[in-house]
Design a protein around this ligand. Structure first.
Ligand code: PMP
Length: 426
């Protein structure tokens, strides 16, 4: 495959956009080489500027769970756009999407729409702090909750790919209120509660993590966090930006059977347009402006195009809940296929999977937290990534990311992908 046009476009982009991209992980820094410029996409396939076709395993990093340019979503946006793109006044469709979202997700009565997952998590933490009157939060190493200051403390995703877990520009004052814990280590969290008695507003976590590869919570871990929060008067915040409307209609709260106090959303809820959201029970949400004193706002929040995409997407998922099982089965098929090939080739690996999230780690020991994820062999990962790309399979360009399967992927696509692994390690 040739990437001449992508390379030329990247060179142009670098002159006017820092690093040539508008979000760091797109830049291929972890795997080397130049990023690929997309021209268009349909279903499970990306069509790049050089005329290559790629089987897509990132689905825009999660949102496009039903595949690219999904017709009901596209049509809804086109129809809406003809009627005006933004008003800064209430519209009925905001209520419609809110009604549908709260009907699908357990334990939330009200939801506020924002424009990104970052905003959702940032606002959820402010709400938790305002509600409890406490300053500190606990976050887990390797979990990514967007790029707001409080979260850039040993964050996953691009923040770790780039080797700058603690970003310059985050003040000491902000950093001191973010307490860091090890994922899947309840004892560690318990110690933090002891050492900071009465000061912790909330724990925020990815209930199934996707920003240090896919990491599944071990039995008892999230249950234990719920108990610790109850015992210490702190709120439990599920960052469901990846897991929401992906692990099932009700996201991780439903899949794990555990109640969160605040849930954050992004990605799927916007159907591929910029939407984030956070929801909680009415009593907590009542503290938010204009009902209560905790301020949060947005010129384009609840934007009609974004709402129409989200509504079309959630309607499809709500009407066809079988899609989650279909996706989980496809992911299992991929998992088994890749595992068999790697075993046959004698390549040390760990594959983590939950629902339609999966990641391949080239390391000996089980990957259960950031430390074990970071032990993956990046040279093997690079070889894997570029070998797959050369055969038309687009994987996340970093070992610290989960794949996101979309339901447009056929079993034929999956088998082609497994065959590509075989050839990569031939
Ligand atoms: N939380 C999680 C779990 C995420 O994966 C991400 C983005 N990948 C975010 C928050 C931030 O969302 P956004 O990029 O839309 O700001």
């Amino acid at each position: 495959m040739l990437y001449q046009r992508s390379s030329a476009l990247f060179a142009e982009a670098q002159k006017v956009i820092p690093g040539g991209v508008n979000s760091p992980v797109r830049a291929f820094k972890a795997v080397g080489g130049n990023p690929i410029f997309v021209k268009e996409a349909k279903g499970a396939y990306l069509y790049d500027e050089d005329g290559n076709t790629l089987i897509d395993y990132i689905a825009s990093w999660g949102p496009l769970i039903l595949g690219h340019a999904h017709e009901p979503v596209i049509n809804a946006v086109i129809e809406k756009a003809k009627k005006g793109t933004s008003f800064g006044m209430p519209t009925q469709i905001e209520t419609e999407l809110a009604q549908l979202a709260v009907s699908m997700v357990p334990h939330i009565d009200k939801i506020r729409f924002v424009n990104s997952g970052t905003e959702a998590c940032m606002s959820a933490v402010r709400l938790a702090r305002g509600y409890t009157g406490r300053d500190k939060i606990i976050k887990f190493a390797g979990c990514y909750h967007g790029h707001s200051d409080s979260f850039l403390i040993q964050a996953g995703s691009g923040a770790v790919t780039f080797g700058a877990p603690n970003s310059p520009g985050v003040t000491q004052g902000t950093a001191k209120d973010t307490l860091l814990a090890r994922y899947n280590d309840l004892e560690n969290v318990s110690e933090l509660f002891q050492a900071n008695a009465g000061e912790i507003a909330a724990i925020i976590l990815e209930p199934v993590a996707g920003n240090m590869g896919c990491i599944v919570p071990q039995p008892g871990f999230v249950e234990g966090l719920r108990e610790l929060c109850d015992a210490h008067g702190a709120l439990l915040i599920f960052d469901e930006v990846m897991t929401g409307f992906r692990l099932g209609r009700g996201g991780a709260q439903e899949a794990l059977g555990i109640r969160a106090d605040i849930a954050c959303f992004g990605k799927v809820i916007g159907g591929g347009l910029p939407v984030g959201a956070f929801g909680a029970r009415a009593e907590i949400m009542a503290h938010l402006a204009p009902e209560g004193p905790i301020y949060q706002a947005g010129t384009l929040s609840g934007n009609p195009l974004a709402m129409s995409a989200g509504l079309a997407m959630l309607t499809e998922l709500n009407d066809n809940p079988g899609v989650f099982e279909s996706l989980a089965q496809k992911t299992e098929h991929l998992h088994k296929g890749i595992a068999q090939v790697l075993e046959r080739k004698g390549i040390v690996n760990q594959i983590n999977r939950y629902g339609s999230m999966i990641s391949v780690h080239f390391c000996e020991d089980p990957v259960i937290d950031f430390e074990s994820s970071a032990k993956g062999n990046n040279d093997t990962f690079k070889k894997y990534f570029h070998g797959m790309l050369a055969q038309g399979v687009y994987l996340p360009p970093s070992a610290f990311e989960s794949y996101f399967l979309n339901d447009a992927l056929s079993y034929e696509d999956l088998d082609k992908t497994i065959a590509a692994v075989e050839k990569t390690f031939a």
